[in-house]
Design a protein around this ligand. Structure first.
Ligand SMILES: Nc1nc2c(ncn2[C@@H]2O[C@H](COP(=O)(O)OP(=O)(O)OP(=O)(O)O)[C@@H](O)[C@H]2O)c(=O)[nH]1
Ligand SMILES: [Zn+2]
Length: 353
């Protein structure tokens, strides 16, 4: 018999979450955000899913833990957001700062279907965003039943090998949500209390995988999309879905570009081998271009370090540097604005006539 667990436990409540939430007043409740819309969100409380009002400045994403209270009109309102354990962020394409993609997750599944040209660069970048956030990336190659039928663009072994050549120590699993093959390998990440973010291009099979894991149709597949004003398409559905055993999966919004932030810890994690090599360069400040005694260039020459990885590494570092500069500019601009605002507030009002 399955143990009966309450609505909050179904949504990932653990002793650790409990310990991070302050003592609640009698009229307050702990809850988890499962879906966010403009001005309101859906939250899971101990007694089920309910609607909660949001102010214009409240920024929540599915996966957030919150404290809510009931106002005099019997509506739930947000009191505070519980500090996040993890926050996966990217730089959004417009360059206006970081966009939060998923919070309070332990693991990120980066999905890719064998029915599409393999783009390992995307999987690498997703893994870097995860590492940067302290989240464990796991590559999930989907739709492997198509490969058995000769309907894939790449064999499963080749897809695995390609990923492994770029991401040496990321676990790789190959699954079919149609036949169920390989799904049991994912169970280790989906234990009670764990929260897993799902990332991947539109059509990579996220919804179908969720349905297969739940064993029921909870996520709409081939979702309808509404074009935004730039003529692009955005998915309007974005949710946290309980698998029933206390594990949840959180859909990450579909993203076109995976811009890395100013923080480079994720890239350092992906390229520990280069950092290791650099220790053997003759000069401590070696730029690894044409300095004598450069161990990195030596590794490139003897093939230990592939061109693909070196190219990706240098590109990522250029992006981190450029984003650091932009972050400084943004900070200076914000400070200047704040100063101006203060000055205006202090100025005596213009004399009336
Ligand atoms: N043969 C096969 N087809 C699959 C599998 N998983 C998904 N598909 C198909 O791939 C298409 C896209 O799957 P979805 O699950 O809707 O993809 P998604 O990633 O949720 O896409 P968005 O809703 O755009 O985010 C659908 O036609 C699915 O039926 C699989 O394991 N095998
Ligand atoms: Zn060097």
């Amino acid at each position: 018999m399955k143990p009966v667990i309450d609505a909050l436990a179904v949504h990932g409540w653990t002793a650790d979450v409990d310990s991070r939430i302050r003592k609640l007043a009698p009229h307050e409740m702990a809850a988890r955000v499962v879906r966010v819309d403009r001005g309101a969100c859906d939250i899971a409380t101990i007694s089920g899913i309910t609607r909660c009002k949001l102010g214009p400045r409240d920024s929540l994403v599915p996966g957030d833990w919150v404290i809510v209270e009931v106002d005099p009109s019997a509506q739930f309102v947000l009191t505070e957001r519980v500090e996040r354990t993890t926050e996966i962020q990217r730089v959004d394409a417009t360059g206006t700062g970081n966009q939060t993609l998923a919070v309070n997750v332990d693991v990120m599944f980066a999905l890719h279907g064998v029915d599409r040209p393999h783009r390992v660069g995307r999987l690498e970048r997703l893994s870097i965003l995860a590492w940067e956030a302290g989240v464990e990336p796991v590559v999930v190659i989907t739709k492997i039943d198509l490969a058995d039928q000769g309907e894939s663009v790449i064999s499963v072994d080749d897809a695995k090998a390609e990923v492994a050549s770029m991401l040496a120590d990321v676990p790789i699993h190959a699954v079919s949500s149609v036949t169920g093959q390989g799904l049991d390998e994912l169970a280790q990440y989906l234990q009670p209390g764990s929260s897993v973010a799902l990332a991947g291009e539109s059509g990579c099979g996220k919804s179908t995988l969720v349905n297969a894991l739940v064993g029921d149709s909870v996520a709409p597949t081939g979702r309808t999309r509404i074009g935004d004003n730039k003529g692009r398409h955005t998915t309007t559905w974005r949710e946290l879905i309980p698998l029933g055993n206390g594990a949840v999966v959180v859909d990450m919004p579909g993203i076109r570009t995976i811009g890395v932030t100013s923080e480079s810890a994720g890239t350092d994690r992906a390229y520990e081998d280069i950092a290791e090599l650099a220790l053997s360069c003759r000069f401590r400040d070696c730029g690894h271009s044409n300095e004598p005694g450069c161990a990195v260039q030596a590794a490139r020459a003897d093939g230990t370090l592939s061109d693909a990885r070196w190219t990706s590494y240098t590109k990522l570092n250029r992006e981190h540097a450029a984003e650091s500069e932009r972050a400084v500019e943004r900070r200076q601009r914000d400070e200047a604005r704040e100063l101006l605002r203060k000055k205006r507030a202090e100025e005596p009002e213009a004399p009336r006539r």
